[in-house]
Design a protein around this ligand. Structure first.
Ligand code: SF4
Length: 232
């Protein structure tokens, strides 16, 4: 299986009834500002090269962001905050992400999420997180030959990614590392392969960025540490 094949299969997934209904209803009703848009309304696959050495793990697509455009963090302020930081570090060729044909390219970074469909109120249930986990585990397994660090945005992603990392072949220490902004933990590969360094970072949601809980400098600092570990 290749990452492209995985992405292709993912976009047909209908395993979570509540999320299927929500993503499709949002695509039908739209936000007025996007009335002309043909919303994506499906699972949003990971974005970035298949030989990425840094993984960024978010939460879930936004109803009028990724669920509208079909690409991770594309079409909303959270995405512009993230891509702007990646641009500053030379890991993206543009500061903003507006639609799938905008020419945005990432260097050595793959962005994904533990839940691939937009949830009501941006809150997936634990059951939905568990149902979507095999997709994340498969993606991480495919990235294993090259990925050396992962930046996890927010506590939900942090908890969701641990079992997926175990399924993909890394050993998670017990007790499990605790989430916090600036948290850092190195996971051994179960088969003696390359380790993975995990970094915790507050989520780039407007709730955090508007209030100054997460500043551009704080995000750049974590991303740049993750890029350094990965040799980018
Ligand atoms: Fe499938 Fe994941 Fe979407 Fe659930 S959230 S329907 S498992 S892609």
């Amino acid at each position: 299986e290749t990452l492209a094949e995985l992405d292709e299969a993912l976009i047909d997934c209908r395993a979570c009834p509540r999320l299927v209904e929500w993503r499709e209803e949002t695509a039908r009703t739209k936000r007025r500002a996007y009335a002309d848009w043909d919303y994506w309304g499906r699972p949003v696959p990971g974005f970035g090269p298949p030989d990425a050495s840094v993984a960024i793990v978010g939460l879930a697509p936004a109803a009028h962001g990724g669920n509208r455009t079909g690409r991770m963090f594309t079409g909303d302020r959270a995405g512009d905050f993230l891509y702007s930081a990646l641009y500053d570090l030379g890991l993206a060729n543009r500061r903003t992400a507006t639609h799938r044909g905008d020419g945005l390219e990432l260097r050595g970074v793959r962005i994904t999420s533990p839940v691939h469909c937009a949830p009501p109120a941006n809150r997936p249930t634990p059951g939905e997180r568990d149902t979507c986990r095999p997709w994340l585990a498969r993606e991480l397994r495919l990235l294993r030959p090259t990925v050396r660090s992962a930046v996890v945005l927010g506590a939900f992603g942090w908890q969701a990614v641990m079992p997926a990392l175990e399924a993909a072949g890394w050993s998670v220490p017990r007790p499990r590392p605790v989430f916090g902004h600036g948290a850092r933990s190195t996971l051994r590969a179960a088969d003696g392969g390359a380790p993975l360094t995990l970094f915790g970072c507050y989520h780039v949601s407007q709730q955090n960025t508007f209030t100054g809980r997460l500043t551009p400098a704080m995000l750049r600092e974590v991303l740049s540490a993750a890029a350094e570990v990965a040799g980018l």
